[in-house]
Every structure is written in structure tokens, then in C-alpha cells.
Design a protein around this ligand. Structure first.
Ligand SMILES: CC(C)(COP(=O)(O)OP(=O)(O)OC[C@H]1O[C@@H](n2cnc3c(N)ncnc32)[C@H](O)[C@@H]1OP(=O)(O)O)[C@@H](O)C(=O)NCCC(=O)NCCS
Length: 268
């Protein structure tokens, strides 16, 4: 086979694959499963050997491709599934959260406890995992917040985590966008968080004059109104945000997650 023949063969495989991928996504969308495609630039880790999200028809098709194309394809494109957490995900969520916050200087490394306490308190209104090749690689939590002006149906975003090896590939963004969409489906009126302005502004969050989270610099408290209204007053996160793994998190006023609280004393 000449070089040009090989290139043409690969192009034709790619075309066929993309066509089938489109059909696959359409089928999944009809079943209500959202598939996010992310660009994976490094080869799949060993866990990539787990069954993938492709159904058997897709697997058969992949098997029919040349070895080198399969390798290229598997290293370049993987499907991220964003779905509700299940009981079976609890340990994986803890692991993802611990790993994501492990080297974060501003973190107090209590985020996994916060998630557990929120879950136990039935305050994980939305808790989504990002699954890649059968492995949980990301997680986001949303819980109710209290607003001093009496506005209801606002939620706090966080903690949000993506395994270090999978960061900066759009997974965090996909988790947050899907979470916000689920909140809107629940008739939520808005969402707020303490975090890095640069990151969250890209997702539509902004500083809202008049809406305050006491104890943190205003520039790191960001909000997103779903109904166009701007509540006025102070925000209190769920008391589960006090959790520290030593029995804390059930009494005093919530001050944000470990990382979020630490932001108050750091310049961001
Ligand atoms: C924060 C975190 C969840 C982001 O997830 P991610 O999958 O790495 O982020 P994404 O790839 O979806 O990034 C979305 C956008 O933000 C940008 N971005 C990612 N991390 C960023 C950072 N630390 N600072 C600024 N921008 C960042 C990306 O470049 C991307 O921009 P684009 O849409 O213009 O391309 C993840 O990095 C993480 O787990 N970090 C450790 C835990 C943490 O800090 N959690 C948040 C506590 S407030």
C-alpha cells in the first residue's frame, strides 16, 4: 500500500468513525444521556482498559480499525459521561476529591468530609460525577444556601474536583455546566460560590454588588442569577461546610469549604 493509500484509508476510517459517533451521540441523547467529548492528548491510563462508554456496535467498529488508528483514536478522543452520583461512586468521589485538593495550597483538605456530611444531611441537591472509560475522574456538588433577604432556591457550588491527570481538558467545565442546568430544572433561582474569579467568570459567574459572603474578599465570591434578580444581603452555606472529619460541621455557622475559607486569608 502506498503512503497516499494509507492516508486515504485513515481519512476514510476517520470519516466513518465520526459518522458513527454522531449517530451514537444521537441515540444516547434520545435516551437522555449526555455525552461530552473531550480532547485527551495523552494515552489512556491503565484504567482505560475498563469497558468504555461506547456500546457494542461502536466497539465492533473500533475493532475493525487498523491497530495504529485505534491507538491514535483512543489516545485522542474519549467520552466523558456526566451523571448523578450513585452509592457505588462514594469511595471514588472521596478519592477524586482528596487527589484534586492534595496539592492545593489554600485547601485545608477537608473537602471530602464536607461532601460526606452534605450527603448524610441530604443536602447534596445535585451531585454529579464525570466518568471516563468507566472511571470516575471528576465530581461536583451543589447544596442549598440561605440568603438573609429571604430569597429562596439559591444554591452553593462546591466542592468541585477533577483528578490532576485529567485537569484542563474541559471536564470541570462540563460538570459545572451540567450541574447548573440540573439546578435550573429544579427551578433554582441562582448559584454562588467562593473560588478563583478567572476560572468561574468563564462559566458566567460574576461579583454581584449587594450579595455578600462575609469573611472573604468580595472578588472571590461570585454568583450567577438564573432569574435576572439580584438578591441583597448575606449568604450562608450549609453547615456541612464546617466538616473537618473530627465531628465538626454540624453546629456553627457555615463558612465555606476548607479551600474556600482559606481563600479569605489569601490573596487570589
Ligand atoms: C478547578 C478544577 C475543578 C477545574 O477543572 P478542569 O477540568 O481542570 O477545568 P476545565 O478544563 O474545565 O477548564 C475550564 C476553563 O478554565 C480554565 N482553567 C482551568 N483551570 C484553571 C485555573 N486553575 N485557573 C484559571 N483558569 C483555569 C481552562 O483553561 C478552561 O478555559 P477555556 O474554557 O477558556 O478553555 C480542577 O482544576 C481541580 O480539580 N482543581 C483542584 C481542586 C479545586 O481547585 N477546586 C475548586 C476549588 S474553588
Amino acid at each position: 500500500m502506498t503512503k497516499i493509500d494509507r492516508v486515504l484509508k485513515k481519512l476514510s476510517e476517520l470519516y466513518d468513525f465520526n459518522r458513527k459517533l454522531k449517530a451514537y451521540k444521537l441515540r444516547e441523547a434520545r435516551r437522555g444521556v449526555k455525552i461530552w467529548q473531550t480532547q485527551i492528548t495523552s494515552p489512556c491510563p491503565p484504567s482505560g482498559e475498563n469497558p468504555s462508554r461506547f456500546d457494542s456496535r461502536e466497539d465492533e467498529f473500533l475493532d475493525s480499525l487498523s491497530d495504529s488508528f485505534q491507538k491514535d483514536h483512543k489516545s485522542m478522543n474519549s467520552q466523558i459521561t456526566i451523571r448523578n452520583e450513585t452509592e457505588a461512586d462514594v469511595d471514588a468521589i472521596t478519592q477524586v476529591t482528596v487527589a484534586a485538593f492534595k496539592t492545593l495550597e489554600i485547601s485545608r483538605h477537608t473537602e471530602q468530609f464536607i461532601i460526606s456530611v452534605l450527603r448524610a444531611a441530604k443536602a447534596l441537591t445535585v451531585s454529579l460525577v464525570a466518568e471516563l472509560d468507566g472511571r470516575v475522574v471528576g465530581h461536583v456538588a451543589f447544596s442549598p444556601v440561605t440568603l438573609s433577604d429571604g430569597t429562596h432556591d439559591w444554591y452553593g457550588l462546591g466542592p468541585v474536583s477533577v483528578l490532576p491527570d485529567y485537569q484542563r481538558r474541559g471536564i470541570g467545565k462540563a460538570l459545572i455546566q451540567e450541574g447548573l442546568s440540573r439546578l435550573k430544572d429544579l427551578n433554582a433561582r441562582g448559584c454562588c460560590l467562593v473560588g478563583h474569579p478567572e476560572y468561574y467568570r468563564k462559566l458566567g459567574f460574576k461579583n454581584m454588588p449587594g450579595l455578600v459572603y462575609e469573611g472573604v474578599p468580595p472578588e472571590v465570591f461570585l454568583s450567577l442569577s438564573f432569574d435576572g434578580q439580584t438578591p441583597q444581603g448575606t449568604v450562608t452555606f450549609h453547615e456541612g461546610f464546617n466538616a473537618d472529619g473530627k465531628g465538626g460541621g454540624t453546629g456553627a455557622e457555615a463558612r465555606g469549604s476548607g479551600a474556600l475559607e482559606a481563600l479569605s486569608s489569601k490573596e487570589v
